[in-house]
Design a binder for this molecule. Sequence first.
Ligand code: HDE
Length: 759
Amino acid sequence: PAKGTVDKIVDKVVDAVSDGGPSNEIPGRPGREPAPLEEPTEPRAPLPPKPDQAGPEVFTATGRLTDVPPTAWAQGGEYLTTAQGLRLTDTDHSLKAGPRGPVLLQDHHLREKIMHFDHERIPERVVHARGAAAHGVFRAYGTATTVTRAAFLAKDVETPVFVRFSTVLGSRGSADTVRDTRGFATKFYTGEGVFDLVGNNIPVFFIQDAIKFPDVIHAGKPHPDREIPQAQSAHDTFWDFVSLHTEATHHTLWNMSDRGIARSFRMMEGFGVHTFRLVDAKGATTLVKFHWKPKAGVHSLTWEEAQLINGMDPDFHRRDLADAIEAGAYPQWELGIQTFPDTPEQTFQGIDLLDPTKIVPEELAPVQPIGLLTLNANPVNFFAETEQVAFHPGHLVPGIDITDDPLLAGRLFSYLDTQITRLGGPNFAQIPINRPHAPINDMLRDGFHQDAVHSGVAPYKPNSLDGGCPFFAGQSEGGYRETPVRVPAAEKVREAPASYADHFSQPRLFWLSLTPVEREHVIAAYTFELGKVYEQAIKERALRTLAEIDSYLCEQVAQGLGLPAPKPVNSLPSVEPSPALSQLGRTWPTTGRIIGIVADDGSDLETVRTLRQAILDGGMVPLVIAPAGGMLGADGGDPVTVQRTFATARSVEFDALLLAGTPAPGKDAYGARDAKAGNGVTGTPTDPRVLLMLAEAFRHAKPLGGWADAEQALTAAGIDTAAPGVLVAESGDAALEEIVRLLGRHRVWDRFPPAVGIA
Ligand code: HDE
């Protein structure tokens, strides 16, 4: 991002701190004017309309309203009105018989205001209820034109998009950093109609047939008796189901890997999961799998970090996405496709392309980039946009078709159906965020929340009364034609193909493709999750599933649970690992990374000033952490703005920590107070909250270090200063340089060499 834009976010943080904190007045540098307490009396200009959300054609008895910006319907006038447009003189007092008298039933404004409030909530999504979204643009490279006629994939075509990320299990108010699959749903507003790519950050799914969806979700959601636990898979019903229904093994293993605890929505891959069928201009078809590759790399939290964040900042992912966009550090992904010949078997090198529990390793079918997604604008209103957006895998455009994956077939029903309950009727396509940018002429009429005032008398076809309008489009006019795929002559059965019975070869492939560090995390995750299960029989069954993946994995988890490991399985499938499945081992851009600088008035502030600027120049975000808010400036130089205090900061917010020397305990350090009560922190020269921050950052394998007498604080925190990724540098510059180099790898895993048996 441009330096100025990252600066913006820092200034925003400064503003936020100055809003609530003590006076920031510094001689010669006055703080902000205090906000006026009265409401302004001059009307302000209406909010600008959103250019990509023009309204439907609306006519009234007095004429056409089409040219009125959509915001004018809801927020246009200068005066507060009722929903009927009546200007109001007061909204603070009910109408009463005298100031102390009873409230009058005739108060129509009170009645309307409370009635509307009573109905402000709508049912949350039955899955993927918790989410965050952003607007953006997709620019096609044109490389896909060899396999598809989709107009939005032609070279340099730019298409507006809206992308919603989500967790699956939790309710709308649940925490962001739980262990779960993440949704990655993209709405492309193409000139040929809306195309929705409704994917996840994990390339496989728990089930092979949509008819099992209620089962897996009932098992994952909180227990029906006490409605706990919220947004977790670490409980009996989930493990009961996945240990019995072993086709879930592959997806479960991905969830137990670091993919289940993404560092940021910006740092996740996305997958279309199913195989789709692309069709070129001549009707030739190619089978494809869609992939989103994040420009920022694929990174995860550590498990302890994820749990801490759920308490410290349950909106962590939501905030991270919005802050990055506001700072101008626009998140980007490349869209890519793996292509496979559309053969009657619909397999590729023996892998069944219709089985959504299977991947095709990138080493066998490389991901070919076809365009770039950039998220560049936050929603203006969460409810109107993020909550009301309605995705559907059946929203397709010419050139993109479905396959007979039985999981996809059920989804094609589900996503329309669910909106009727959630959005209150069949007209949800008219909600601004769902409106196509292509012209609509659908002959669908009436129903709840009908926004359009349709003209004409003949919403039927054929008709003569409306001149035969609207007309059918031929293929040359962009008409959608289903691919005439041959359907095999067969008997009606409730059965799956034989290849769907292989539930373990690909989990083994995934396990063997991970680095030792990643495998350790998988072992820890299973041990944690199964450790939360009460029923012994379920744990034992889950261990038998693990024995089908790898004996070491199974033994280690069994040991953690204090259970005997089941007998190793003879002849586990021999599979070729796919290194592309590992998140580690590559170096990524450090743009947008957050570096905390711990300092106080006794620190080397001159270097803090220089480093702060250097971090900004590098496209990263410096946050100065000090004993109290306001400014640091005891050395008489330019005051250094404090963004976090020892009270508001916690290690989980930062990707790396730098110490500008050892800070003295803050005046109001709770640790100092607690020390009097004898909690064991007496005698340390450093504020205990700083010690906690350092110890956590160390445990979470984050780069950390400092200069001046920083070593004293590190040692007081019990940190071995010779450990990898811990630096006590000669100068601030040297410390920063090394920190940035380490951040390119995200974490310093060398600090914790994996157990010998794991490699
Ligand atoms: Fe969904 N899914 N799903 N799903 N799904 C929904 O639609 C469903 C599946 C995914 O941000 C619901 O509007 C069935 C796979 C995402 O608004 C619902 C089956 C994948 C989102 C629904 C699946 C997904 C949803 C709930 C099994 C990855 C959030 C609210 C056949 C490829 C979209 C809604 C958003 C949401 C049904 C399986 C991704 C009920 C029946 C596989 C990202 O319609």
